[in-house]
Design a protein around this ligand. Structure first.
Ligand code: 5GP
Length: 235
Protein backbone atom coordinates (compact mmCIF):
# COMPACT_ATOMS: atom_id res chain seq x y z
CA UNK A 1 0.00 0.00 0.00
CA UNK A 2 1.38 3.40 -0.93
CA UNK A 3 1.86 5.52 2.16
CA UNK A 4 0.37 8.56 0.44
CA UNK A 5 -2.59 6.74 -1.02
CA UNK A 6 -5.87 8.30 0.05
CA UNK A 7 -7.89 5.45 -1.41
CA UNK A 8 -5.90 2.65 0.18
CA UNK A 9 -6.18 4.09 3.67
CA UNK A 10 -9.77 5.21 3.43
CA UNK A 11 -11.03 1.90 4.74
CA UNK A 12 -8.55 1.66 7.61
CA UNK A 13 -10.33 1.26 10.96
CA UNK A 14 -10.69 4.51 12.88
CA UNK A 15 -9.26 2.98 16.04
CA UNK A 16 -5.99 2.28 14.19
CA UNK A 17 -5.71 5.97 13.49
CA UNK A 18 -5.50 9.05 15.65
CA UNK A 19 -8.88 8.70 17.34
CA UNK A 20 -10.09 11.95 15.82
CA UNK A 21 -11.52 13.15 12.54
CA UNK A 22 -8.80 14.00 10.03
CA UNK A 23 -8.01 17.61 9.16
CA UNK A 24 -8.37 18.99 5.66
CA UNK A 25 -5.46 20.96 4.17
CA UNK A 26 -5.55 22.78 0.85
CA UNK A 27 -2.39 23.75 -1.00
CA UNK A 28 -2.45 26.07 -4.00
CA UNK A 29 0.42 27.52 -5.96
CA UNK A 30 1.02 28.91 -9.44
CA UNK A 31 2.12 26.36 -12.02
CA UNK A 32 5.93 26.08 -11.79
CA UNK A 33 6.18 26.78 -8.05
CA UNK A 34 7.06 23.15 -7.35
CA UNK A 35 3.96 22.17 -5.41
CA UNK A 36 4.14 18.50 -6.47
CA UNK A 37 7.64 18.21 -5.04
CA UNK A 38 6.63 20.12 -1.91
CA UNK A 39 3.61 17.97 -1.15
CA UNK A 40 5.56 14.79 -1.95
CA UNK A 41 8.16 15.79 0.65
CA UNK A 42 5.44 16.75 3.10
CA UNK A 43 3.51 13.44 3.05
CA UNK A 44 6.81 11.62 3.26
CA UNK A 45 7.80 13.45 6.43
CA UNK A 46 4.47 13.69 8.22
CA UNK A 47 2.80 10.47 9.36
CA UNK A 48 -0.95 10.06 8.89
CA UNK A 49 -1.09 12.73 6.21
CA UNK A 50 -2.19 11.66 2.73
CA UNK A 51 -2.46 13.45 -0.56
CA UNK A 52 -5.81 13.29 -2.29
CA UNK A 53 -5.86 11.99 -5.84
CA UNK A 54 -7.92 14.19 -8.12
CA UNK A 55 -10.07 13.37 -11.11
CA UNK A 56 -9.27 15.11 -14.36
CA UNK A 57 -10.62 15.19 -17.88
CA UNK A 58 -7.18 15.86 -19.36
CA UNK A 59 -5.14 13.07 -20.87
CA UNK A 60 -2.20 11.50 -19.05
CA UNK A 61 1.21 12.99 -19.81
CA UNK A 62 4.11 10.67 -20.53
CA UNK A 63 5.03 8.90 -17.31
CA UNK A 64 1.72 9.60 -15.60
CA UNK A 65 -0.30 6.60 -14.47
CA UNK A 66 -4.07 6.38 -14.11
CA UNK A 67 -5.03 5.87 -10.48
CA UNK A 68 -1.63 7.07 -9.30
CA UNK A 69 -1.15 10.63 -10.52
CA UNK A 70 -4.82 11.27 -11.25
CA UNK A 71 -7.99 9.41 -12.06
CA UNK A 72 -8.13 10.17 -15.77
CA UNK A 73 -11.74 10.21 -16.93
CA UNK A 74 -13.52 11.24 -20.13
CA UNK A 75 -15.08 14.73 -20.09
CA UNK A 76 -18.59 13.20 -20.31
CA UNK A 77 -17.95 11.05 -17.25
CA UNK A 78 -16.60 14.07 -15.41
CA UNK A 79 -19.80 15.98 -16.23
CA UNK A 80 -21.89 13.06 -14.96
CA UNK A 81 -19.93 13.11 -11.72
CA UNK A 82 -20.57 16.85 -11.33
CA UNK A 83 -24.29 16.24 -11.86
CA UNK A 84 -24.23 13.42 -9.28
CA UNK A 85 -22.59 15.71 -6.70
CA UNK A 86 -19.53 13.48 -6.57
CA UNK A 87 -17.06 16.35 -6.08
CA UNK A 88 -16.14 18.27 -2.97
CA UNK A 89 -14.93 20.89 -5.43
CA UNK A 90 -14.15 21.06 -9.10
CA UNK A 91 -12.81 23.63 -11.54
CA UNK A 92 -11.97 24.31 -15.13
CA UNK A 93 -8.21 24.89 -15.24
CA UNK A 94 -6.57 25.74 -18.56
CA UNK A 95 -9.70 24.41 -20.31
CA UNK A 96 -9.55 21.02 -18.54
CA UNK A 97 -11.74 19.80 -15.69
CA UNK A 98 -10.25 18.85 -12.32
CA UNK A 99 -12.06 17.74 -9.18
CA UNK A 100 -11.70 16.25 -5.72
CA UNK A 101 -13.83 13.20 -4.93
CA UNK A 102 -16.12 14.00 -2.00
CA UNK A 103 -16.61 10.41 -0.80
CA UNK A 104 -12.92 9.47 -0.79
CA UNK A 105 -12.01 12.62 1.12
CA UNK A 106 -14.75 12.03 3.65
CA UNK A 107 -13.85 8.37 4.20
CA UNK A 108 -10.26 9.29 4.76
CA UNK A 109 -11.06 12.01 7.30
CA UNK A 110 -13.54 9.73 9.05
CA UNK A 111 -10.73 7.18 9.42
CA UNK A 112 -8.67 9.82 11.22
CA UNK A 113 -6.26 10.63 8.42
CA UNK A 114 -5.38 14.22 7.55
CA UNK A 115 -5.79 14.94 3.86
CA UNK A 116 -4.02 17.49 1.67
CA UNK A 117 -5.62 18.67 -1.56
CA UNK A 118 -3.35 20.20 -4.17
CA UNK A 119 -5.82 22.28 -6.09
CA UNK A 120 -6.15 25.58 -7.90
CA UNK A 121 -7.44 28.83 -6.41
CA UNK A 122 -11.03 28.34 -7.63
CA UNK A 123 -11.20 24.93 -5.98
CA UNK A 124 -9.63 26.26 -2.79
CA UNK A 125 -12.32 28.92 -2.60
CA UNK A 126 -15.07 26.28 -2.88
CA UNK A 127 -13.48 24.13 -0.17
CA UNK A 128 -13.20 27.09 2.20
CA UNK A 129 -16.90 27.78 1.67
CA UNK A 130 -17.98 24.17 2.22
CA UNK A 131 -15.54 23.09 4.90
CA UNK A 132 -15.38 25.71 7.64
CA UNK A 133 -12.32 24.25 9.34
CA UNK A 134 -10.28 23.60 6.19
CA UNK A 135 -6.73 24.98 6.46
CA UNK A 136 -5.46 26.64 3.31
CA UNK A 137 -1.86 27.29 2.33
CA UNK A 138 -0.52 29.24 -0.63
CA UNK A 139 2.97 28.44 -1.91
CA UNK A 140 4.73 31.33 -3.63
CA UNK A 141 7.80 31.17 -5.86
CA UNK A 142 10.55 33.57 -4.75
CA UNK A 143 9.59 36.03 -7.50
CA UNK A 144 7.78 36.36 -10.81
CA UNK A 145 11.12 36.24 -12.64
CA UNK A 146 12.11 32.97 -10.95
CA UNK A 147 8.74 31.44 -11.85
CA UNK A 148 9.14 32.45 -15.49
CA UNK A 149 12.65 31.01 -15.53
CA UNK A 150 11.44 27.72 -14.03
CA UNK A 151 8.58 27.43 -16.51
CA UNK A 152 10.90 28.14 -19.43
CA UNK A 153 13.24 25.45 -18.15
CA UNK A 154 10.52 22.81 -18.08
CA UNK A 155 10.37 20.43 -20.99
CA UNK A 156 6.87 21.09 -22.14
CA UNK A 157 7.14 24.89 -21.94
CA UNK A 158 10.63 24.97 -23.43
CA UNK A 159 9.34 26.33 -26.70
CA UNK A 160 7.79 29.24 -24.81
CA UNK A 161 4.84 30.63 -26.67
CA UNK A 162 1.20 30.72 -25.73
CA UNK A 163 1.22 27.99 -23.08
CA UNK A 164 3.94 29.79 -21.13
CA UNK A 165 2.17 33.11 -21.51
CA UNK A 166 -1.10 31.60 -20.31
CA UNK A 167 0.55 30.08 -17.24
CA UNK A 168 2.19 33.39 -16.36
CA UNK A 169 -1.08 35.28 -16.81
CA UNK A 170 -2.84 32.72 -14.63
CA UNK A 171 -0.07 33.00 -12.04
CA UNK A 172 -0.68 36.75 -11.74
CA UNK A 173 -4.39 36.11 -11.14
CA UNK A 174 -3.72 33.38 -8.60
CA UNK A 175 -1.19 35.38 -6.59
CA UNK A 176 -3.76 38.20 -6.37
CA UNK A 177 -5.87 35.81 -4.24
CA UNK A 178 -3.15 35.13 -1.69
CA UNK A 179 -4.93 36.99 1.13
CA UNK A 180 -7.76 34.44 1.10
CA UNK A 181 -5.36 31.81 2.46
CA UNK A 182 -4.59 30.99 6.09
CA UNK A 183 -0.86 30.45 5.54
CA UNK A 184 1.76 31.37 2.97
CA UNK A 185 5.11 29.70 2.32
CA UNK A 186 7.80 30.80 -0.14
CA UNK A 187 9.47 28.00 -2.07
CA UNK A 188 12.97 29.46 -2.10
CA UNK A 189 14.58 26.16 -1.10
CA UNK A 190 12.63 22.91 -1.24
CA UNK A 191 13.73 21.29 2.03
CA UNK A 192 13.22 24.45 4.05
CA UNK A 193 9.83 25.00 2.44
CA UNK A 194 8.70 21.42 3.13
CA UNK A 195 9.75 21.94 6.71
CA UNK A 196 7.63 25.07 7.00
CA UNK A 197 4.66 23.14 5.60
CA UNK A 198 5.34 20.39 8.12
CA UNK A 199 5.24 22.92 10.94
CA UNK A 200 1.92 24.24 9.71
CA UNK A 201 0.43 20.73 9.79
CA UNK A 202 1.85 20.03 13.24
CA UNK A 203 0.59 23.36 14.60
CA UNK A 204 -2.89 22.71 13.24
CA UNK A 205 -2.85 19.25 14.82
CA UNK A 206 -2.08 20.87 18.17
CA UNK A 207 -5.09 23.17 18.13
CA UNK A 208 -7.24 22.53 21.17
CA UNK A 209 -10.19 21.56 18.97
CA UNK A 210 -8.09 19.06 17.00
CA UNK A 211 -6.68 17.63 20.23
CA UNK A 212 -10.04 17.22 21.98
CA UNK A 213 -10.51 13.51 21.32
CA UNK A 214 -7.03 12.76 22.57
CA UNK A 215 -7.09 15.07 25.57
CA UNK A 216 -10.52 14.09 26.84
CA UNK A 217 -9.19 11.01 28.64
CA UNK A 218 -6.26 12.91 30.12
CA UNK A 219 -8.44 15.78 31.34
CA UNK A 220 -10.81 13.24 32.83
CA UNK A 221 -8.03 11.86 35.07
CA UNK A 222 -7.67 15.33 36.58
CA UNK A 223 -11.27 15.07 37.70
CA UNK A 224 -11.32 11.45 38.83
CA UNK A 225 -7.89 10.16 39.86
CA UNK A 226 -7.05 10.56 43.53
CA UNK A 227 -3.55 11.73 44.39
CA UNK A 228 -1.88 9.88 47.28
CA UNK A 229 -0.71 13.27 48.57
CA UNK A 230 -4.21 14.64 48.56
CA UNK A 231 -5.48 11.47 50.21
CA UNK A 232 -3.11 12.01 53.13
CA UNK A 233 -3.96 15.67 53.20
CA UNK A 234 -0.32 16.66 52.52
CA UNK A 235 -1.14 19.21 49.84
P1 5GP B 1 -1.73 19.73 -14.01
O1 5GP B 1 -2.58 19.47 -15.21
O2 5GP B 1 -0.49 20.51 -14.37
O3 5GP B 1 -1.44 18.47 -13.23
O4 5GP B 1 -2.57 20.66 -13.01
C1 5GP B 1 -3.03 21.90 -13.44
C2 5GP B 1 -3.67 22.63 -12.28
O5 5GP B 1 -4.84 21.94 -11.83
C3 5GP B 1 -2.78 22.79 -11.05
O6 5GP B 1 -2.88 24.14 -10.59
C4 5GP B 1 -3.39 21.87 -10.05
O7 5GP B 1 -3.17 22.29 -8.72
C5 5GP B 1 -4.84 21.94 -10.41
N1 5GP B 1 -5.59 20.81 -9.90
C6 5GP B 1 -5.20 19.52 -9.85
N2 5GP B 1 -6.16 18.75 -9.30
C7 5GP B 1 -7.18 19.59 -8.98
C8 5GP B 1 -8.46 19.40 -8.37
O8 5GP B 1 -8.86 18.31 -7.97
N3 5GP B 1 -9.23 20.50 -8.24
C9 5GP B 1 -8.83 21.74 -8.63
N4 5GP B 1 -9.66 22.75 -8.44
N5 5GP B 1 -7.64 21.95 -9.21
C10 5GP B 1 -6.82 20.89 -9.38
Amino acid sequence: MRKDDVHAVASAPAEARTGRRGLLFVLSAPSGTGKTTLVGGLVERVPDLVRSRSYTSRGARPGEVDGVDYHFVAPARFRDMIAAGAFLEWADVFGRLYGTGAAETERCRAAGRDVVLVIDVQGARQVRRRVQDAVSVFALPPSFEVLEERLRGRGREAAGGSDLERRLRTARREVAMIDEYDYVVVNDEVDACVDRLRHIVLAERSRAAAMRERTRGIVETFRTVDSPLQRTGAD
